[in-house]
Design a binder for this molecule. Structure first.
Ligand SMILES: [Zn+2]
Length: 83
């Protein structure tokens, strides 16, 4: 049984409503019900969604940059050792 916790919109502070629910079938046992909550204000939800998307992209970019930097440092260290 899933406990429904009330969530508040981070932007306008309204109590979020259930946007959609879907079932995830498990290999064993009962399927899990996922619930997605959205802001009752459609325009507000759009802004929140865009905000989240932007943040996700930024995070991804930082992670990618760090990985590239680490690779570059490793390569530089390796070539320094060679010479
Ligand atoms: Zn809102």
């Amino acid at each position: 049984m899933q406990i429904q916790t009330e969530s508040i919109c981070i932007r306008c502070g309204k109590v979020r409503i259930v946007g959609k629910t879907w079932l995830e079938k498990m290999d064993r046992g009962n399927p899990i019900t996922h619930t997605e909550t959205i802001c009752p204000d459609k325009e507000c939800q759009k802004i929140v969604d865009a905000d989240f998307a932007a943040k996700r992209e930024k995070k991804l970019l930082i992670t990618t940059n760090r990985a590239a930097q680490a690779a570059a440092t490793a390569a530089a260290t390796a070539s320094a050792k060679l010479s």
